[in-house]
Design a protein. Structure first.
Length: 284
């Protein structure tokens, strides 16, 4: 039997094959980037969604607030480069400081370190019209060039879908696990499965799922009204073998705090179980 060789052997040379995964199948190439030398991060958690508009950034910031309130040192990497919202939610303005050692995140009123493209651009309302490779490069710089200092948790607010940026994060940053955010709409099963299967393909643990906009609680009678339809997250989670980490209702006060740049005041008890799942990582 002929010995298996690289499919491009006819065009390869010794020099061009160096680093090729086919050259040594027992030692696959790693794409992980080196963390900034002035940073030390305990756990990296990705917050993902299969589609936009499910409140992923709100969930990210709520988790960060709860962790910070419990005494953890927390950072948020706003990796949604074309649709950044974290700085506005916390009332943060740039430009972020930088020197020869790197870039410095901006601190919220409740001591959460934040880095976002909106903190680097002269005009935060200017559109980011960049192609995938450029977006991916910026996300890598948020890991290699930002001086995060000592953090217990870095939450990465990823753009929706399964495109270049989520792929770059999963390949370039040592993500300990992801939380999938969804809503009760009919497409939830398909959308969640896409995010779940991408994580499985990249061998990233799924810590659990959070359903946002789960219901609206009537301020008069207390009845829970399923504005976007009946919850489907329990059935989807059971099928995938995933945990349900929270069902978050529609709360106008949370939206008002975000619009006012006062999200540091938000405490979301509906995510206590999700925070507990993140704290479990500390005792492993």
């Amino acid at each position: 039997m002929a010995e298996k060789s690289c499919s491009s052997a006819s065009s390869c040379s010794k020099e061009s094959c160096e680093g090729c995964p086919s050259a040594n199948n027992n030692n696959p190439q790693s794409f992980l980037e080196e963390l900034n030398i002035y940073s030390e991060i305990g756990h990296v958690i990705g917050v993902v969604s299969g589609k936009g508009g499910v409140g992923k950034s709100m969930v990210t910031a709520s988790l960060a607030n709860l962790l910070a309130a419990q005494g953890y040192r927390v950072g948020i990497m706003d990796a949604d480069i074309t649709g950044p919202s974290i700085p506005r939610m916390y009332g943060l303005n740039g430009p972020a400081m930088a020197d020869d050692q790197g870039m410095y995140p901006v601190l919220t009123k409740n001591d959460i370190k934040v880095m976002s493209i909106n903190l680097l651009m002269p005009d935060p309302e200017a559109p980011v019209i960049w192609r995938g490779p450029v977006l991916a490069g910026v996300v890598k710089q948020f890991w290699t060039d930002v001086i995060w200092g000592e953090l217990d948790y870095l939450l990465v607010d990823l753009p929706p879908g399964t495109g270049d940026v989520p792929l770059t994060v999963f390949q370039s940053i040592p993500v300990d696990g992801i939380v999938i955010v969804t809503s009760p709409q009919d497409l939830v099963k398909l959308i969640v499965k896409k995010a779940y299967n991408m994580a499985a393909t990249m061998k990233i643990p799924v810590l659990g799922m959070i359903e946002n906009y789960s219901y609206l609680k009537c301020p008069d009678c207390g009845k829970e009204i399923p504005v976007f339809g009946e919850s489907k997250i329990d059935a989807v989670a059971e099928e995938l073998g995933a945990l349900v980490l929270g069902k978050v209702p529609i709360d106008p006060k949370v939206a008002q705090a975000a619009d006012a740049g006062a999200f540091d005041e938000v405490k979301n008890p509906h995510l206590d179980k999700a925070v507990q799942a993140l704290r479990v990582l500390d005792v492993r």
